[in-house]
Design a protein around this ligand. Structure first.
Ligand SMILES: [Zn+2]
Length: 233
């Protein structure tokens, strides 16, 4: 099964970017939880580098992904510093596979932001620890700017976040070719009391019994003989 690591950037004492009433660490975790939720119907093992508001060192995040032998690492962030829109990063010296996987994820997510009127700031490269120290293809997403009131208002909107999570999950599914989980057939409904009632209605037994009552040999033999006599012409 494919293994995916989702990395909610920052946490604990490291709030990340802060703006318009949003702390980046909280937004990143919320978004990663929603992305994991969108992937529940898929055959993929999803691990988050943190599941609470905790300060997890960036090197430890990479070690976690490396020890899991993850197939892909997706770090989730939001931007600040005077701008608007979406951009993604791969490592400065990323290879062809990393670049092509990023291309698929980027296009899906950028299309979602574009439909909401936000610009695609492009596919970028940087020497970020989580991109450099991970032993598998890795991408880092910068989802809008917390210091832009127009961006922040959408990031506070639960349905917008849900759509964003679906776009990221869709990008990951497409990039990695994650298959849909095979559904086990639903168990047959079994109602022991109804089975006993049916035997009585069919005349194989004469009285009511509780499902948990033991059967005596005399009763069993009677029922079996009745079945045999029904089958005789
Ligand atoms: Zn960040």
């Amino acid at each position: 099964m494919l293994k995916l690591v989702l990395d909610p950037g920052h946490g604990g004492i490291d709030a990340g970017a802060v703006g318009n009433g949003i702390k980046e660490k909280d937004l990143n975790l919320e978004l990663c939880r929603r992305i994991a939720g969108k992937l529940e119907g898929y055959d993929v093992e999803v691990t988050l580098t943190r599941t609470a508001d905790a300060d997890v060192d960036v090197y430890r995040r990479c070690e976690l992904a490396n020890s899991l032998k993850a197939d892909y690492f997706c770090s989730v962030h939001a931007n600040s510093g005077g701008g608007t829109g979406f951009e993604s990063y791969v490592y400065t010296h990323a290879g062809e596979i990393t670049e092509s996987l990023r291309g698929v994820v980027h296009e899906k997510v950028a299309a979602y932001f574009k439909s909401a009127g936000f610009p695609d700031r492009g596919k970028k490269r940087a020497n970020f620890v989580v991109l450099r120290e991970t032993g598998m293809p890795a991408v880092l997403l910068e989802n809008l700017f917390l210091d832009s009131p127009r961006d922040a208002v959408r990031l506070k909107d639960s349905s917008f976040l849900d759509g964003l999570a679906a776009a990221v999950a869709g990008g990951l599914v497409a990039a990695l070719g994650i298959p849909v989980k095979e559904q086990a057939p639903p168990p047959l409904p079994w109602d022991p009391a109804a089975e006993i009632a049916r035997l009585k209605a069919d005349g194989l037994i004469n009285s009511d019994h509780r499902p948990e009552d033991p059967v005596m040999w005399g009763e069993l033999a009677t029922v079996l003989n009745r079945i045999i006599s029904f089958r005789r012409p």
